[in-house]
Ligand binder design. Structure first.
Ligand code: SF4
Length: 180
């Protein structure tokens, strides 16, 4: 069944509909997320299931996976990230154009999970900012979908000014991410 996205809030009359630019852009962004799956282990398998016909991520406009960071706007990190891989993950994030969002899938990506060891990054938010965390080891596809819905909510309601704000720039600088 195809569900038509509701129009954003606005003023409607005979033959016209007026709303704000923020709302239209937010609606478009929320429904056309291009994920880049950065999957390293078991959580990646759950993500594959989320992509399959049973869970059908395409329902949310996110079926077009991008393995090129320059076209992606949603970085999905699923799996154990070793400290050696941290700079690689950061480089992928750096190469993505704004606006971009990050979904941390599972205990390992979010906190190192059960691997409290010298070699495992204790959470990807040590190297890049994260927008939504999905708990679980592994999380079920339903939880991953819930995470995507939360990202959609953020994208839909984000002010167009946010990415140029001093607060946002300071947050990126705290991760040693260059701002232009
Ligand atoms: S959180 Fe659990 S299922 Fe996911 S990558 Fe880590 S060990 Fe595997």
């Amino acid at each position: 069944m195809v569900k038509i996205e509701k129009a954003p809030e606005g003023i409607e009359g005979q033959g016209f509909f007026a709303t704000s630019f923020d709302k239209v852009i937010g609606m478009a962004r929320a429904n056309s997320l291009w994920p880049l799956p950065f999957a390293t282990s078991c959580c990646g398998i759950e993500f594959m299931a989320t992509m399959g016909s049973n869970y059908d991520l395409a329902r949310f406009g996110s079926e077009r996976m991008s393995f090129s960071p320059r076209q992606a706007d949603l970085l999905i990190v699923a799996g154990t990230i070793s400290k050696k891989l941290g700079p690689v993950l950061k480089q992928v994030y750096d190469q993505m154009a704004e606006p971009k969002w990050v979904l941390s899938v599972g205990a390992c990506a979010s906190s190192g999970g059960i691997f409290d060891t010298y070699s495992v990054l204790q959470g990807i938010d040590n190297v890049i900012p994260v927008d939504v965390y999905v708990p679980g080891c592994p999380p079920r596809p339903e939880q991953i979908i819930e995470g995507i819905l939360k990202i959609q909510e953020l994208a839909r309601n984000e002010s167009l000014r946010r990415r140029n704000s001093e607060e946002y720039k300071k947050m990126l600088e705290s991760y040693n991410i260059e701002t232009v």
